[in-house]
Design a protein around this ligand. Structure first.
Ligand SMILES: [Zn+2]
Length: 348
């Protein structure tokens, strides 16, 4: 893999700092790889801080799985033995005025309902612009078609009070007066926008909304939800490990309060079966999160492209993630039986 250049704005040799629970214990310099054996590290919250102008210049890899992890936070537990390494691209001299590869911003037109608060307007604009560049840097592709981002209290897609937003080709509407939006704090609202922007990309790719069947519904939503939280993690707001703990807790709590809880992912393949009571989005996100433990985020677009080209979900899945769909389904219930933390802040 070729990494982008790592530009060091301060001219500081310490380009990478690894912290555990807030205390730095290792630093690194550019142009080298660092390997720590997870089995020699205590469990804890590890934070890689990289003094690079381009986060994409930093990669964390689980050495035994070739896994790309978010260059932000990652959890280590007895469930993840092995080793990982941090790799930096070679440094360059002072940053030159960097021409943006895509005209982020220019493709979006915002149409705000008069009753939309100034806070929501700002948040929506910021989150859409962030999502656009986040997808460019994470997936190498972002929204290119001119797209309208609207807020509404009366649109048909907002009829159900639980709806927070809906997205079609080149069009996103946020239901700013619905409980599905207002109940959430600013972090989750941002996550919702990043999630919906991924749906815009899915439409552009014809993964959804094309002439072919859209494949597994839990993949459509799970990918959007995963990338939504990944974007939040990249902004330093919530570590992905916290998001995962929160999702696990929601799914587990639901199974306790309404036994036997949600069905397995193989029973959530159609839009109809996915439309049900319970934390289906968190469950779908956990499914994608597990796939991401052995594939890069780009594999999601590989899967989508195969769906758009008319392949079956089974072959698209096998090709993108290197495992068969039945085999994935079979082992997933055991994986999601990870220990659930007693407390996790889910309302953000
Ligand atoms: Zn969605």
């Amino acid at each position: 893999m070729t990494l982008p250049q790592c530009v060091d704005p301060q001219g500081d040799a310490n380009l990478v700092v690894l912290e555990r629970d807030g205390t730095a214990f290792a630093t690194g310099t550019p142009g080298a790889e660092y390997t720590w054996n997870i089995t020699t590290l205590a469990a804890g919250e590890y934070l890689l801080r990289a003094n690079c102008s381009d986060e994409a210049a930093v990669r964390l890899l689980y050495q035994n799985a070739g896994l790309e992890v978010v260059p932000a936070h990652f959890g280590i537990s007895a469930h993840a033995p092995g080793s990982f390494r941090v790799r930096l691209g070679a440094p360059t001299a002072a940053p030159s005025p960097s021409p943006s590869p895509t005209p982020t911003g220019s493709v979006f037109a915002f149409q705000f309902d008069a009753a939309t608060s100034s806070e929501d307007r700002q948040l929506i604009q910021d989150a859409v612009q962030f999502a656009s560049s986040f997808y460019q840097s994470t997936l190498g592709r972002t929204v290119q078609q001119s797209t309208t981002i609207a807020t509404s209290r009366t649109a048909r897609g907002c009829t159900s009070g639980g709806a927070s937003a809906f997205t079609g080709a080149r069009n996103m509407t946020i239901c700013v007066a619905n409980q599905g939006w207002t109940v959430h704090g600013p972090v989750t609202r941002r996550k919702i926008i990043i999630h919906e922007v991924f749906h815009l990309l899915q439409f552009e790719q014809r993964w959804i909304g094309g002439p072919q069947p859209a494949g597994l519904h839990w993949m459509i939503e799970g990918a959007a939800e995963y990338l939504g939280w990944l974007g939040i993690a990249q902004q330093g707001m919530v570590p992905i490990s916290t998001a995962r703990g929160c999702m696990l807790k929601e799914v587990t709590d639901f199974a306790t309060s309404q036994p036997p809880g949600l069905p397995d992912l193989n029973l959530l393949e159609s839009a109809q079966s996915f439309s049900r009571q319970g934390p289906v989005y968190p469950l779908a996100m956990l499914g994608v999160l597990q796939l991401m433990s052995s594939s890069s985020a780009n594999a999601l677009l590989t899967y989508g492209a195969a769906i758009a080209a008319g392949n079956t979900a089974e072959s698209a899945f096998q090709n993108a993630f290197g495992t068969s769909l039945p085999a994935f389904y079979q082992q997933f219930p055991a994986w999601k039986a990870l220990p659930v933390p007693a407390t996790y802040e889910c309302r953000l």
